[in-house]
Design a protein around this ligand. Structure first.
Ligand SMILES: [Zn+2]
Length: 270
C-alpha cells in the first residue's frame, strides 16, 4: 500500500487530505482494541467531496492512505501540542476522541516505534507536499494549499457544544493573505451553512507549517461537520446530502483560486 495517493494538476491549487486514510498495517492492527479497529476519528470520505473538482479544474490532490491512528500527519514531528491548554492529540494517539483506548493493554507504541512511524509514514507525505508546492510555484509564482478535514459535530474532549458546519482556519491570518481569506469567507457567508473563521480549529501543522503568504504560499484548513455528507452510524457516504456541500466548496475553491490569480497578476512576485 502506497503511503499516499497523488493526483497532479497544473493549477495553483493543492488539496491535502491527511486524515481520510483507513489502511492499518497488519502488525499494528493486531495490537488494536475494537474501538481502535473502528477508526471512528477518520475524516471519512472527505476526499470524495473534492475528487470531481480536482479533475475538472486541474488541481493537485494528495491523500493519505494510512489511518491517523498509525500516525497523525497534521501534527508536528516533535509531538508538541497544537493547541496548548487543550486536550493533546499526539502524533500516535493512544485514545479515540470518545476517550476509548486505541491499543490493547501495554501495546501502545513506544518512542522508538513512534520515531519509526514518523520516518515511514509522516515524512514521505510531507516531502511530497513540499515538492508539490515548489512545482506549482514554479508554474504560477504562487500556490494555494487547502488542507481538507471533517469531524463529528460534538466531541466533548475537544470542544464544548456543537461545532459550526464549516470551520475555516488560517492560523489566525498567519498562513494566508487577508484578501484570499476574505474571498473564501465571502462565499461561505452566502452559503446555507453555519460557519466560523479561526474558531476552535485555526489550522493544524500542515496549515501553519506551509502557509507562508510573504512567499506566495497561502494555506487554509477547512474542517467540515461530517453529518453534512455522511451517516455517522455506519460511516456511509450520502451523496444526496453531500451535493449541496460540494456546490459550496466548489464555489469557495473557485473564489480563492481566482482571487489569488488576480492579485499575483497585479503585484510583483518576490
Ligand atoms: Zn482531520
Amino acid at each position: 500500500m502506497d503511503i499516499f495517493t497523488l493526483h497532479t494538476g497544473d493549477s495553483p491549487l493543492i488539496i491535502s487530505s491527511p486524515h481520510s486514510g483507513t489502511h492499518v498495517p497488519d502488525a499494528i492492527k493486531a495490537k488494536l482494541t475494537p474501538a481502535g479497529h473502528d477508526l471512528c476519528d477518520t475524516d471519512w470520505h472527505v476526499d470524495r467531496l473534492y475528487n470531481d473538482y480536482v479533475r475538472v479544474n486541474g488541481a493537485t490532490f494528495i491523500r493519505a492512505n494510512y489511518s491517523r491512528y498509525v500516525i497523525d500527519l497534521n501534527r508536528p514531528p516533535d509531538n508538541q501540542a497544537l493547541y496548548p491548554g487543550q486536550a493533546k492529540v499526539p502524533l500516535c494517539p493512544d485514545f479515540t476522541f470518545r476517550e476509548e483506548p486505541i491499543y490493547q493493554d501495554g501495546l501502545a507504541p513506544d518512542d522508538n516505534e513512534i520515531a519509526q512511524r514518523l520516518k515511514t509514514y509522516w515524512q514521505p507525505y510531507h516531502d511530497e507536499i513540499a515538492a508539490q508546492i515548489a512545482r506549482v510555484k514554479a508554474i504560477h509564482g504562487y500556490a494555494i494549499l487547502w488542507d481538507a478535514h471533517s469531524i463529528r459535530q460534538h466531541i466533548p474532549l475537544l470542544f464544548d457544544g456543537d461545532l459550526p458546519d464549516l470551520n475555516l482556519g488560517t492560523a489566525k491570518g498567519a498562513s494566508c493573505a487577508p484578501d484570499i481569506e476574505n474571498a473564501a469567507m465571502e462565499v461561505i457567508k452566502k452559503s446555507p451553512f453555519s460557519h466560523v473563521l479561526n474558531g476552535r480549529f485555526i489550522g493544524g501543522y500542515i496549515t501553519r507549517h506551509y502557509g507562508d503568504p510573504a512567499h506566495n504560499v497561502h494555506a487554509l484548513q477547512m474542517e467540515i461537520v461530517r453529518s453534512l455528507y455522511m451517516d455517522e452510524e455506519g460511516y456511509k457516504y450520502v451523496p444526496d446530502s453531500a451535493a449541496k456541500l460540494i456546490t459550496c466548496l466548489n464555489g469557495v475553491l473557485d473564489a480563492v483560486t481566482h482571487h489569488a490569480g488576480t492579485r499575483v497578476a497585479t503585484k510583483p512576485i518576490r
